[in-house]
Design a protein around this ligand. Sequence first.
Ligand code: PLP
Length: 407
Amino acid sequence: MERDVIGYGYNADHARFLGFVPGATTALSWLGDVIAAGYNRHAGSFANYPAGCVAEEGVLSWFCERAGLPAGTAGGLFVSGGSMANLTALAAARDAVLGEGGWERGVAYVSEQTHSSVAKGLHVIGVPRDHVRVVPCDDAFRMDVAALERAVAADEAAGLRPFVAVATAGTTNTGSVDPLREVARVCRAHGLWMHVDGAFGASVLLTRHRGMLDGVELADSLSWDAHKWLFQTYSCGMVLVRDRAHLVSTYAAHPEYLRDLEEGGATNPWDLGPELTRPARGLKLWFTLQTMGSEGLAAAVEHGFDLARWAQDEAERTRDVEVVSPAQMAMVNFRFAPAGLSPEGCDALNAEVSRRMCEGGYAAVFTTELRGRRCLRICAIHPEATEADMRGVVRGLRAICDEVLAP
Ligand SMILES: Cc1ncc(COP(=O)(O)O)c(C=O)c1O
């Protein structure tokens, strides 16, 4: 049984796979995939694949509405995932603020907890590494907005041009949400594009916890990854923008050999992002929404909040455990810190506990680093995971900890 859970490599779709953002998938998504892959229609333009493009556009408008982006101008594109969503938005931000010239003066702002894909995206669009400011976070791992504003002002005074600030709604390590409304205020005051990386956490907008993302409606762009907390198969991410015209001006190319397919004046998916040939990635999400309904999806997302709380509750009852970051969204971080063991010794202990848990195959719990120390990170979103699973995992980690510490 245990070998089946992990086998060779990791099954990120298992209820006790608690690493990165698990790939918990609904079978409805597979069905949508089968349709998209089976017909293999080129979903770059409406003329090629009206059904797929119309379904995608409808779903994108629905998600824009959930995010509070303005009807009429807002829109977006399905891309392969969070990394591509971030990259797609960052290029639009650069063009919108810096125009064709002056790229060399552009400066971008991220936080200590911003996902690594943003740094990659900034590199790809030509922002030198010394023009990326890493803003510190507060005790709850949220961007310190006063520090952001100071950094922006200092760069302006130095003759540089701050052009984008990236806030996160649901950080990868801790599920924290940057103060979105405050970040928006700074962006508006200094003429920056506000990008929100909600690859993981934007799904909370479907739930009764949506108030956690207050201010997201002020974003210029938003990444929202359906292969994370919307239970889709890889690859299915969305980039949503406040004004779709920005994507068009960055990406529309109109090559001569495709003009016949551009009749009717539609804005085609190939005008909105870097890809020309693309599958209708959004079809499976359309299929899922039609079948589960938004209430079904909301209930599945809310379950993740419960899972993380159960894990935290069990951790708090467990000997020698220090909760490093309490349950936020579906994330919780803790570490074994027995009295008398040095911080470095605790780092090694937690790494070994994680390694043995994964090797044993009962569950996958990896480590991350917070405040310079290793801890055990749980991200739990699987709709079939139970309270017993969460408590069982924490007890299992404790049992392994005892084994490691045994003389
Ligand atoms: C907040 C955030 N942004 C971006 C990404 C990258 O998404 P992807 O792996 O789909 O490219 C992740 C991945 O976990 C993430 O958590």
